[in-house]
Design a protein around this ligand. Structure first.
Ligand SMILES: Cc1cc2nc3c(=O)[nH]c(=O)nc-3n(C[C@H](O)[C@H](O)[C@H](O)COP(=O)(O)OP(=O)(O)OC[C@H]3O[C@@H](n4cnc5c(N)ncnc54)[C@H](O)[C@@H]3O)c2cc1C
Length: 340
C-alpha cells in the first residue's frame, strides 16, 4: 500500500498532524501501539496562557490562544465528537508575596488580553489573597479526542519496529511512503534514527482524583495544584514534575506531595479515589522539537510538547505541514537544527 505520510505515534502530536495532512488532501496513516499511560491519554488537557511563579504570558501566546476554541470546534465537527471546552480559569493567589509579585506587573499592557485581578470568595477555596481571572483558557478531554481519532482516522494499532524500516527504499512492511514522521512522545528516546540529535527529557507527571463537595464546578482552579472538575463532585488534581523518570507506576511520595499542596488550596474535606501517571516529552530548552532528519530527507520528527501540547500543537502541526510541503522554514526556536 502506498501512502503519502507514515506517522509513528498516535498521541496528540501525531493525530493533529495526521488531521492537518489529510485536510490538505494527503493520505496519512498512524502507527500506534496504544498505551494507557501515554502522555496524551492521562493529560489534564488544560489550556492556560498565564503560567508559572512570575505570571509569565507564555511564548507565542498571542498566536497560540485566540484561535484555539474555533480550531478544536472544527475538529469536533470533523470527528463527530465533543472534547474541547472554553472554561473560566481562576488562579488563586497563594500569599502576600505572590500578590505583590502580581501587583508589580498588573499594569503591563501584555496582561490585559489574558487576565485580570479581583477579590472574590469562592466556596471551598482559600481566596484571601485574591484571584486572577485568566481568559482564553479551557480544557480538552484528551481521552475522548484519542478515541474519536482511533475510530475515524486511518490507524495501524501496532508497535512500530525501527529495525525493519527501509529508509532508503521508503518501505515499512507492506507500506511504501513518501515521508515518515516520528511522533512517539517520550519514547523517542528509543528511536535509533534520531538518537544522536534529539534530546527528549522524559518528565513524569502524577495526578490524583478526589471527591469533594461544594466547590463551584464552573471554573478550573490553579494554585499549588490545579483542580479540574470532572463530574459532579469528582475532581482531577495535579500535577507533579520529575525529570528523567520513565517508570509508569505512580508513587506514594508524589501522592503525598499532591495532597499536601491540595490542602493549601481547598478548605473542604475530600476523599481520594484515583491515582495515576504519565510521561511528558520535554526538551532541554522547554521548546518543542520539530524538523527533518539531518541525513535522511524523507524523515521528520514532531516532539517535545512538554506540558502545553493542547495549546501549541495546533499551530505547530500547521507549520510542520508547511515545512514538509512547501519548505517554509520552521521557527528557529522549535527547529531540531538547534541541537544538531
Ligand atoms: C500528568 C500530566 C498532565 C498533563 N497535563 C497537560 C495539560 O493540562 N495541558 C497540556 O497541554 N498538556 C499536558 N500534558 C502534556 C501532554 O500530555 C503532552 O505534551 C502530550 O500528550 C504529548 O503528546 P505526544 O503526541 O507528543 O506524545 P504521547 O501522548 O506520548 O504519544 C506518543 C504515542 O506514540 C506511541 N508510540 C511510541 N513509540 C511507538 C512505537 N515504536 N510504535 C508505535 N507507537 C509508538 C505511544 O504509545 C503513544 O501513543 C500533561 C502530561 C502529563 C503526564
Amino acid at each position: 500500500m502506498n501512502v503519502d505520510y507514515l506517522i509513528i505515534g498516535g498521541g496528540i502530536s501525531g493525530r493533529l498532524l495526521q488531521l492537518e495532512l489529510m485536510d490538505r488532501g494527503h493520505t496519512a496513516i498512524v502507527y500506534d501501539k496504544w498505551n494507557n499511560n501515554q502522555s496524551t491519554h492521562v493529560a489534564a488537557g488544560l489550556v492556560n496562557p498565564v503560567v508559572g511563579k512570575y505570571f509569565t504570558v507564555g511564548w507565542r501566546s498571542d498566536q497560540y490562544f485566540p484561535s484555539l476554541a474555533s480550531y478544536y470546534l472544527g475538529l469536533e465537527t470533523k470527528l463527530k465528537a465533543r472534547f474541547f471546552s472554553s472554561k473560566p480559569m481562576k488562579r488563586i493567589i497563594a500569599n502576600a508575596g505572590e500578590q505583590n509579585r502580581w501587583l508589580s506587573k498588573a499594569h503591563l499592557e501584555k496582561y490585559s488580553s489574558f487576565c485580570s485581578f479581583s477579590h472574590e470568595d469562592i466556596v471551598g477555596l482559600n481566596t484571601s489573597f485574591g484571584v486572577l481571572n485568566i481568559y482564553l483558557a479551557g480544557e480538552m478531554d484528551t481521552k475522548s479526542f484519542l478515541y474519536a481519532c482511533n475510530k475515524s482516522l486511518p490507524t495501524e494499532p501496532a508497535l512500530f519496529d525501527y529495525s525493519i524500516l527501509d529508509s532508503n527504499q521508503k518501505k515499512y512492511q507492506n507500506f511504501s511512503y513518501d515521508k515518515i514522521v516520528f511522533c512517539e512522545g517520550y519514547e523517542a528516546i528509543n528511536n535509533p534514527f534520531f538518537n544522536d540529535y534529539l534530546k527528549i527529557i522524559p518528565t513524569k507527571g502524577e495526578i490524583i482524583e478526589i471527591r469533594a463537595n461544594g466547590i463551584p464546578t464552573d471554573s478550573i482552579y490553579l494554585g499549588p495544584v490545579f483542580i479540574q472538575s470532572l463530574d459532579n463532585d469528582l475532581w482531577r488534581v495535579g500535577s507533579t514534575y520529575e525529570q528523567n523518570q520513565t517508570s509508569l507506576e505512580p508513587t506514594l511520595m508524589m501522592k503525598e506531595e499532591l495532597e499536601s499542596r491540595l490542602k493549601k488550596l481547598i478548605t473542604v474535606p475530600y476523599e481520594l479515589v484515583n491515582h495515576y501517571c504519565g510521561i511528558r516529552p520535554a526538551s532541554p530548552d522547554r521548546k518543542p522539537v520539530l524538523g527533518v532528519h539531518p541525513q535522511i530527507n524523507s524523515m521528520y520528527i514532531v516532539n517535545g510538547m512538554g506540558s502545553k501540547a493542547v495549546s501549541m500543537a495546533p499551530l505547530l502541526v500547521q507549520e510542520m505541514a508547511d515545512y514538509m510541503e512547501q519548505g517554509i522554514p520552521l521557527p528557529l526556536e522549535v527547529d531540531l537544527k538547534r541541537f544538531c
